[in-house]
Design a protein around this ligand. Structure first.
Ligand SMILES: Nc1ncnc2c1ncn2[C@@H]1O[C@H](COP(=O)(O)OP(=O)(O)OP(=O)(O)O)[C@@H](O)[C@H]1O
Length: 411
């Protein structure tokens, strides 16, 4: 292998192509063959990376472990908070946008927009993947398929393909009607199952540096593009699955998608370098992203811990009142309706409602539906912190460049 490669570059094959219907331009309709990419098999790959890349990856792992150990075990709310931040940012990378208030409304089962529902589905998929691997210590294809089902089952277009490997040729960007001018064409559909079995074997190895494994699992997954839709979001969830399996995180997830969204061009460039046989650019990007995301997650944890103290300062409620009881559970349940409040504080419908109104007047809660029935309240401080964490990670992830052997690689 020439020394400019760290891993075997992708091969190519020319295969016949035929449109299933008739759409697009004449060029789309008459396209008769397509050049597909053939990623290398990775199950037994040995990867040697430059020491500066490995050192940077180690530094990031230390930061992840610190944040997870310091806050993840005691502050349960941080873990659901970070799952939410990660799935929202991962969805944003695919241009699925909804505000934190939309998300909160959807969580409470209130009428929600499709983007917010799709973000909740992304949270469910990530939760399932990290829970499964925590229990079994194995990354399994069954778990990946189930997570894809969680993500896509309600999708109006791709719902029927939820939880199933693709059976058609797909491509990234270019024409909507054929692989003409695509940025990347994954391998043929009939190879997906065996490529995924190869990926599963690699993902369960213990003799590969952790961030190298996370980067390779993610990049190879994107190269295979095993689903008709949702490949970006499931592929990014796998980064946290590798971290959990290797014991780097025990409780929380790293909101790395906020960093990748901020450096979208570098991220896509690093995936292209992978096609050419280089994984250092992606490992570097992941190391920088994980480091920043973990530092900011720790800052969020400190802020969340202080919120109940601030709320008690704002509230003018007497000891033993339902309003004070709500403050005590608000961090764990930042979105509430009357029924949940009744259950959490063991009180009547009338006094739960009155307490929610009272806390709204104190500025501790905000009603987010604007309706007079089936109302939902949320903590504006918690919602603001969700947005602020994403913002701070993005700010700290200044688009720069990725390096290989001390050389700058252009995006
Ligand atoms: N040149 C590339 N080579 C390989 N993978 C890429 C490339 N560019 C982008 N990707 C990956 O593909 C993902 C998007 O894939 P695609 O546009 O097919 O969306 P998708 O399968 O619908 O995924 P989702 O539904 O999560 O958006 C990106 O988020 C990125 O991870």
């Amino acid at each position: 292998m020439p020394h400019t490669h760290e891993i075997p570059p992708h091969g190519h094959d020319v295969v016949p192509w035929k449109q299933s219907g008739r759409s697009g331009t004449r060029e789309d309709r008459t396209l008769s063959e397509v050049t597909v990419s053939l990623p290398p098999e990775i199950a037994n790959l040995d990867v040697m990376l430059p020491p500066d890349v490995i050192a940077m990856a180690e530094q990031a792992l230390i930061q992840i472990v610190r944040t997870d150990a310091e806050f993840g075990s005691g502050l349960k709310v941080l873990n659901s908070f970070l799952i939410r931040t990660e799935s929202v940012a991962s969805s944003k990378l695919e241009y699925i946008e909804a505000s934190s208030v939309d998300y909160a409304r959807a969580i409470a089962g209130s009428k929600a927009n499709p983007s917010a529902l799709s973000m909740i589905a992304a949270s469910a998929a990530l939760t399932r993947l990290v829970d499964d691997v925590s229990q079994t210590r194995r990354i399994s294809l069954a778990s990946i398929l189930a997570a894809h089902h969680d993500l896509m089952k309600e999708d109006s277009l791709d719902g029927p393909y939820a939880g199933k490997w693709r059976e058609v040729q797909n491509w990234i960007n270019g024409s909507d009607h054929s692989p003409r001018n695509a940025d990347y064409v994954p391998p043929p559909a009939h190879t997906v199952e065996s490529y995924m079995a190869d990926l599963e074997a690699f993902a369960n190895r213990d003799d590969v540096p952790v961030l190298v494994q996370a980067a390779l699992v993610h990049a190879q997954f994107e190269s295979i593009h095993p689903f008709t839709d949702g490949n970006g979001r499931i592929g990014r969830a796998l980064i946290n699955v590798v971290l959990r399996r290797r014991g780097i995180t025990l409780h929380s997830v790293v909101p790395i998608a906020s960093a990748l969204t901020a450096r979208r061009d570098d991220y896509f460039a690093a995936l292209n370098h992978f096609h050419d046989g280089l994984i250092s650019p992606l490992v570097t990007l992941f190391a920088q992203g994980c480091n920043t995301a973990s530092l900011e997650a720790a800052e969020t944890a400190r802020r969340l811990i202080h919120l109940p103290v601030q709320w008690h300062g704002l509230s003018r409620n007497r000891v033993g009142s339902t309003a004070l009881e709500i403050i005590d559970v608000l961090l764990e349940h930042p979105t509430l309706n009357v029924e949940t409040t009744q259950r959490l504080t063991a009180t009547s419908h009338v006094s739960a409602n009155a307490a929610l109104e009272k806390l709204t007047r104190d500025g501790i809660l905000q009603e987010i539906t604007g309706r007079s029935r089936d109302r939902v309240w949320a903590s504006p401080d918690v919602l603001a912190e969700l947005d602020d964490l994403d913002f701070r990670i993005a700010q700290a992830s200044t688009p720069s460049f990725v390096t290989f052997n001390g050389r700058r690689l252009e995006s």
